[in-house]
Write a protein that binds this ligand. Structure first.
Ligand code: G
Ligand code: G
Ligand code: MN
Ligand code: NA
Length: 253
């Protein structure tokens, strides 16, 4: 209850921050996207998102938090792309409840207009549990988002229980392969075979893939050999403060 009040105040004062982790095109090494990850410092320590995101969900703060973080991320995106020719995407995680919340698409539409976001500039990361709570509602929302030029990526791909037929019926732009699929690929041939199968599957249904959780050079080598084009992970870049992002983009800070 105390923590909830503190979180409420932090949202109201816009003190929940975003760190940005690069998403890299493996062929060129270029940063093509940034995943925004929420960070909250409370009484001198970082409260992990695994704690405050579920707290916000449980206590009715998620709509306010999501609106605040989306606003922050879109503002940054707009500033970072102002004098940039190459496309850049900022990915924002959207909790399952928000995807089908009344007013969500309207909130996003207002930001797209206000910041004049380019198509594909904003990408929302959703999870299978967000999709399957209400499949029809989710499909409608995803369709509307795409009409606004907002990308939709399925996060944590492979760990859920969705049938491929259901996934295939969702107009997604990409999938992010959960890092558990990469964990042992450089030491265990069976894991590598499994990842290969997941990559083939995504290719089969025409979905671009981002591999998550690349920590070691050997994983990167294998991903390249398997034809994976985009990846994210500590080896390629940790989540950083927004002030460091222009440096990552190769521009003048
Ligand atoms: O860095 P990492 O510890 O940031 O994040 C832990 C978990 O919290 C991940 O599953 C991530 O998707 C989730 N998360 C981080 N930021 C946000 C956010 O802004 N919104 C939502 N819904 N989840 C987030
Ligand atoms: O659920 P989602 O994929 O949004 O979660 C992103 C989480 O993964 C964040 O907590 C982020 O800090 C973390 N993360 C990003 N790269 C790596 C990595 O290379 N290794 C590990 N263990 N975690 C990572
Ligand atoms: Mn994510
Ligand atoms: Na993920």
């Amino acid at each position: 209850e105390e923590l909830r009040a503190a979180l409420r105040a932090a949202i109201d004062d816009r003190r929940v921050r975003l760190a940005y982790q690069p998403i890299v095109e493996l062929d060129t090494g270029r940063v093509i996207g940034l995943e925004a990850l929420a960070r909250w410092r409370h009484e001198g320590r970082d409260v992990p998102p695994d704690v405050f995101i579920p707290l916000a969900e449980r206590t009715g703060l998620m709509t306010a938090l999501t609106a605040d973080l989306l606003e922050t991320a879109c503002g940054r995106l707009s500033a970072w792309t102002m004098r940039r020719a190459e496309p850049l995407a900022v990915h924002v995680n959207v909790a399952p409840s928000q995807l089908v919340a009344p007013g969500f698409v309207g909130t996003v539409a207002a930001l797209v207009a206000r910041y004049r976001l380019r198509p594909g500039g904003l990408v929302l990361e959703i999870t299978e549990s967000g999709i399957f709570a209400d499949l029809d509602a989710a499909r409608r929302t995803v369709t509307e988002l795409r009409q606004l030029g907002v990308g939709v990526s399925l996060d944590d791909f492979g760990v859920g229980y969705s049938s491929l037929a259901q996934l295939n019926s969702m107009p997604l732009d990409s999938v992010k392969i959960d890092r558990s699929f990469l964990a042992g690929i450089d030491t265990d041939p069976r894991q590598a075979t499994f990842l290969h199968a997941v990559l083939r599957l995504a290719e089969e249904i025409d979905l671009p893939v981002v591999a998550e959780g690349v920590e070691r050079p050997a994983q990167l080598t294998l991903l390249r050999a398997l034809g994976c084009r985009h990846a994210q992970g500590y080896l390629l870049g940790r989540p950083v403060d927004p002030s460091l992002v222009p440096g990552l983009l190769g521009g003048v800070p």
